[in-house]
Design a protein around this ligand. Structure first.
Ligand SMILES: Cc1cc2nc3c(=O)[nH]c(=O)nc-3n(C[C@H](O)[C@H](O)[C@H](O)COP(=O)(O)OP(=O)(O)OC[C@H]3O[C@@H](n4cnc5c(N)ncnc54)[C@H](O)[C@@H]3O)c2cc1C
Length: 285
C-alpha cells in the first residue's frame, strides 16, 4: 500500500488529484478499524495529519470556520461557547482516546448516518467546504449526505472545513440514546438549535434514516409556537407535537441496535427533552 504524506494543503490536493483512490486518513479512528478488520484495502493512504491548514479555526465573515482536522477534544475545550450543540455531541463521542484523535472532518468523511457531529451541524445550519485542485465549493450540510456512508464529495476532493454561524444568543442542545453511556453507536440522536433573533428553529436527527436528517415540519411548527418575546413556558401540547413531528421525520429501520418503532418513540422523547433544555438556556420557563 502506498503511503502519501503531504505537508501542505496544496500538496494534499495535488496528491488526491493524482491518486483519487487514495483514502485520506485524519485521526484514523474509522480508517484503521476498516483496515484492521480487512473491510477495505485501499491502494494508498493519504495522511492529512501534517497539514496545518486543517487544524485551525477562526472567523470567516459572519461565520466560524473550523478546519476538518480539529478534534472532538478541541471542539469541547476551545469551541464550547460558539458551538454548544457540537460540543455537547462531541462530549458523547467514544472515549477520551477517540476524542483526542477523532475529527469532525473524519465524521463527515465517513458520512455514517450514526455520526454524532451530524445532527448538531444540521441543527446549526452548517456548511461543508470541499476543495480540490479544481477549486473550492461550499455545500450546506443538509445537502452533503446522499446515502448511508455516501456524500457529494467527488473522488478528487478533500474536506477542508465546516462553517457555522457562531451561537451568539442561539441555544443548542444534543441528546443521544445508546445501550450504555459511552463507547457506543447511537441508537438514535437528536440536536436542536433555537435562534431567538431570527425566531427560527434548527433540528438534526441521527441514526434514524439512511442519512442524517432534518425535521423541517417540526422546525416550522415550533418556530411559530414558541413565545419568543415573553419566553413563557412551552405548553406540554407544543412540546408533544414537536416530538411527534421529529419522530415522523425520521426514516428508521429495524436493526440490531433498535427497532424502527422504538427509534421514532425515543426521538420524540429526546426532542421534547432537548427543547426543554434549550428553552431553559434562553431563560425560558
Ligand atoms: C472505539 C470507537 C468509538 C467511537 N465512537 C463514536 C461515537 O460515539 N460517535 C461517532 O460519531 N463516531 C464514533 N466513532 C467513529 C469515529 O471516531 C468518528 O467517525 C470520527 O469522527 C472519525 O474521525 P477521524 O479523524 O478518526 O477519521 P478517519 O478515520 O481518519 O477518517 C474517516 C473517514 O473520513 C475520511 N476523511 C478524513 N478526513 C478527511 C478530509 N479532510 N477530507 C476528506 N475525507 C476525509 C477518511 O478517508 C475516512 O473515509 C468511534 C470509533 C471508535 C474506534
Amino acid at each position: 500500500m502506498e503511503f502519501l504524506q503531504p505537508s501542505t494543503w496544496d500538496e494534499a490536493l495535488a496528491a488526491k488529484a493524482a491518486f483519487p483512490d487514495a483514502v485520506p486518513i485524519a485521526g484514523g479512528t474509522d480508517v484503521m478499524v476498516d483496515l484492521n478488520f480487512d473491510r477495505h484495502r485501499p491502494p494508498a493512504l493519504l495522511d492529512l495529519t501534517r497539514v496545518d491548514d486543517l487544524t485551525g479555526w477562526g472567523s470567516d465573515g459572519d461565520l466560524l470556520r473550523v478546519g476538518a482536522g480539529v478534534t472532538y477534544r478541541r471542539i469541547v475545550d476551545e469551541l464550547g461557547t460558539p458551538l454548544p450543540g457540537l460540543a455537547a455531541a462531541s462530549r458523547t463521542v467514544g472515549s477520551p482516546q477517540i476524542r483526542n484523535r477523532g475529527t469532525v472532518g473524519g465524521n463527515l468523511g465517513s458520512a455514517s448516518p450514526a455520526g454524532d457531529a451530524h445532527p448538531a451541524l444540521l441543527a446549526a445550519g452548517a456548511v461543508v467546504e470541499l476543495a480540490s485542485v479544481r477549486g473550492t465549493r461550499r455545500v450546506p450540510v443538509a445537502e452533503f449526505f446522499t446515502g448511508p456512508k455516501r456524500s457529494v464529495k467527488a473522488p478528487d476532493e478533500l474536506i477542508a472545513a465546516f462553517l457555522v454561524p457562531p451561537a451568539d444568543g442561539r441555544a443548542e442542545q444534543f441528546a443521544k440514546v445508546g445501550t450504555r453511556n459511552a463507547m457506543v453507536i447511537a441508537v438514535c440522536a437528536f440536536a436542536v438549535a433555537l435562534d431567538p433573533a431570527a425566531r427560527s428553529v434548527g433540528t438534526g436527527i441521527g441514526s434514524a434514516g439512511p442519512t442524517p436528517l432534518r425535521a423541517p415540519d417540526a422546525e416550522e411548527f415550533l418556530a411559530g409556537a414558541l413565545d419568543w418575546e415573553g419566553r413563557g413556558p412551552v405548553p406540554p401540547t407544543v412540546a408533544a407535537r414537536f416530538g411527534e413531528l421529529v419522530g415522523a421525520a425520521a426514516r428508521p429501520i429495524d436493526d440490531v441496535r433498535g427497532s424502527a418503532a422504538y427509534r421514532r418513540h425515543a426521538l420524540a422523547v429526546l426532542a421534547r427533552r432537548a427543547l426543554g433544555w434549550a428553552w431553559n438556556d434562553l431563560g425560558g420557563a
